[in-house]
Design a protein around this ligand. Structure first.
Ligand code: NDP
Length: 257
């Protein structure tokens, strides 16, 4: 697998924490030779720390580029692609991971601001990133080459009370991903979806607007997955022979079955 990923250029959105950070580290550990990693998120200082961690662990074979990028802002996506430095322009893998949930509330009580943040990040942001990177894949021979790996959620398959908007965003990701895969059927562009179940990350802290006690309570009495568990699946999917598409995968902790 490491050989197949050699020399690749990989973009991870939401790489400042949780699953995205773990994914960046897993790519670097698995295939450090000539890997180019573009780490994006809004917190640039945190991204720089992640880049330093990767360099400290795997050395200089990996080139890491931290870039401040809010995926909910289409102008930032445009300028992200147009200002990629030489050596990082030929993207091979896009991991659309950036995402969040805001609040737990019944549908009539959901603040419009939270609704917009969730859709603009989880859905429009993911679609805009895909539209921005696909032309790089499509200009390659034989209908194109490259991987788009979308991080959905079990919530897109099994909606729950109090999470209607978040669940709807992840169902939209699922639907978009399936359509896109069908549109690109004749190419070597792989469209992959990985849907995590419960993973312990900053996700719940964001959900409860920074209330750490409420966030911690979510994980009491159960054994959630770690970001690394999902990262391993992402890197496994990207490292398959190019005719093999790990199209659609649900990964959850055993207590959630
Ligand atoms: P974290 O909160 O740890 O990570 C979310 C990441 O997304 C952060 O790096 C954050 O960075 C980034 N992000 C949020 N908004 C934006 C934005 N507008 N632009 C760019 N980056 C953004 O949570 P997880 O690692 O758990 O979440 C990662 C993905 O996994 C999400 O799509 C989530 O929906 C999904 N997921 C998580 C599950 C879980 O139980 N944890 C379960 C199922 C799916 P920054 O704040 O620096 O911008």
């Amino acid at each position: 697998m490491a050989k197949r990923l050699e020399g690749k250029t990989v973009v991870v959105t939401g790489a400042s924490s949780g699953i995205g950070k773990a994914t960046a580290i897993e790519f670097a550990r698995t295939s450090p030779k000539d890997l180019k990693l573009i780490l994006t998120a809004r917190r640039i200082d945190t991204l720089k720390q992640v880049a330093a961690e990767i360099n400290a662990e795997v050395g200089n074979g990996v080139k890491v580029l931290p870039v401040k990028l809010d995926v909910s802002n289409p102008k930032e996506i445009e300028s992200f692609v147009s200002s990629l430095p030489d050596g990082f322009k030929e993207i091979d893998v896009l991991v659309n991971n950036a995402g969040l949930v805001k609040g737990v509330a019944k549908a009539p009580e959901i603040a419009t601001e939270d609704l917009n943040i969730m859709f603009n990040t989880n859905v429009t942001g993911l679609i805009n990133m895909t539209q921005a990177i696909l032309p790089i894949f499509q200009k390659r021979p034989e209908g194109g080459r490259g991987d788009i790996i979308n991080i959905g959620s079990i919530a897109g398959r099994e909606p729950y009370a109090g999470g209607s908007i978040y669940c709807a965003t992840k169902a939209a990701v699922r639907s978009f991903t399936d359509s896109l895969r069908k549109e690109l059927i004749a190419s070597r562009i792989r469209i992959i979806e990985i849907d995590p179940g419960q993973v312990e990350t900053e996700f719940s802290v964001v959900r409860f607007y920074g209330d750490k006690d409420k966030a911690d309570a979510v994980y009491k009495g159960c054994e959630p997955l770690t970001g690394e568990d999902i990262a391993e699946v992402v890197v496994f999917a990207a490292g398959r022979r190019e005719n093999v598409v790990i199209a659609d995968t649900l990964v959850f902790p055993s207590h959630q079955a």
